[in-house]
Design a protein around this ligand. Structure first.
Ligand code: ADP
Ligand code: MG
Length: 343
């Protein structure tokens, strides 16, 4: 018994790869207003998350909830207005929000982005070899052409691209193959952390599984962590270890994948889940349809951000914003989640 306790303690005290506190990205808007504070878009608004090393961390929510902005902020590719991001991979630790110069350059090797659109992401005038080699050259990671070639071949093989493929131009490839080229380019600097933003959304369903399996294999083999951004919950259920749900710049729920899908605690998560087509006819009647549109992040409602669309909203929800409360490793930001669980 004492062994088990120690193991649990170690797991919970292990330093996460990424840890944010109160992370916010507010974009100022142009306006003619003379009085009062200038209007801002609260794209990301006070987020605390922890991403474990080597994990597959899913981030879901409707379009406009701030997923892309959060992913980019973690790469210092969106302007961080408030809060902190700690990065610790065992070799180095950085505060990302203030990182500059040589340290930022080093972080760029360790944290990479895979774009959504495999058609727009690749330069049409470069061979696949040059596309994959470019980060090595820009970052000065290899000294000779032979060294670069060896690294490109090694990573291309991991991404199931052949030597023949390396000589061609991107237009010769299908969407799935192009996404494998983008993945190879992101991996070539040997990163510890990858933000994959809707990386399979543009692909045919039959190809999606291929690319997902590749990402999973890479995660296991190379031991790196993914922030996997997706609007598609069935994909997330399939590949992620942990899932965080965003709504209007806030985190509303965060839990291990099994717990989140088996017992979702937030009404928003439940509504998202019930939108997945179910094969079970008994389930269909219970679906809570998500009515209306996500409000503007320029003028979010007071209290719980979800209150304008929540079927269970009460007076308190229109005034007090709920904190994310964590119980048994499962976090939820809802005043009434416990009562709702019994319904
Ligand atoms: P998601 O990826 O979940 O669809 P985004 O992070 O793209 O959400 O956007 C969140 C909100 O921030 C949206 O309302 C979007 O219009 C706004 N936004 C994103 N980028 C900018 C920007 N550069 N300037 C102003 N507003 C932005
Ligand atoms: Mg997005």
């Amino acid at each position: 018994m004492s062994d088990k306790k120690t193991a649990n303690n170690t797991a919970s005290t292990k330093t996460p790869l990424i840890k944010t506190k109160g992370l916010s990205v507010h974009y100022p808007l142009r306006s003619n207003k003379i009085f009062g504070p200038p209007p801002v878009v609260r794209a990301v608004d006070g987020i605390d998350i922890e991403i474990a090393a080597g994990s597959f961390f899913g981030l879901v929510g409707e379009s406009g909830s701030g997923k892309t902005t959060l992913g980019r902020a973690l790469l210092q590719a969106a302007p961080i207005t408030h809060g902190s991001i700690e990065y610790n991979d065992g070799e180095v630790s950085y505060n990302i929000e203030t990182l500059k110069g040589a340290d930022l350059k080093d972080y760029r090797k360790r944290a990479q982005l895979i774009f959504q659109d495999p058609y727009a992401a690749l330069s049409p005038r470069m061979t696949v070899r040059d596309i994959i080699a470019e980060p090595l050259e820009v970052m000065g990671l290899t000294k000779t052409r032979a060294e670069t070639d060896a690294r490109v071949r090694e990573i291309a093989a991991k991404c199931r691209l052949s030597l023949e493929h390396l000589r061609r131009f991107p237009h010769a490839f299908s969407g799935g193959q192009r996404q494998r080229i983008s993945i190879a380019r992101a991996l070539v600097s040997n990163p510890k952390f990858i933000v994959a933003d809707e990386s399979v959304a543009a692909l045919d369903v039959s190809i999606q599984a291929d690319v997902l399996n590749l990402l999973k294999d890479i995660q296991r083999e190379m031991g790196l962590a993914f922030l996997f951004v997706s609007h598609d919950l069935s994909v997330v259920a399939h590949v992620c270890d942990h899932v965080a749900v965003m709504y209007l710049g806030r985190l509303v729920e965060s839990a291990p994948t099994g717990a989140l899908f088996a017992k979702p605690r937030h009404p928003y998560t439940r509504a998202l889940l019930s939108a997945i087509p179910s094969l079970d006819p008994d389930d269909r009647g219970k679906a809570q349809k998500l009515e209306g549109e996500i409000p503007s992040p320029t003028n979010p409602p007071p209290g719980c951000k979800f209150n304008t669309r929540c079927p269970h909203a009460q007076d308190k929800c229109r005034v007090d914003e709920p904190e994310l409360v964590v119980q048994d490793g499962h976090g939820v930001a809802c005043h009434f989640w416990q009562e709702l669980m019994d319904k």
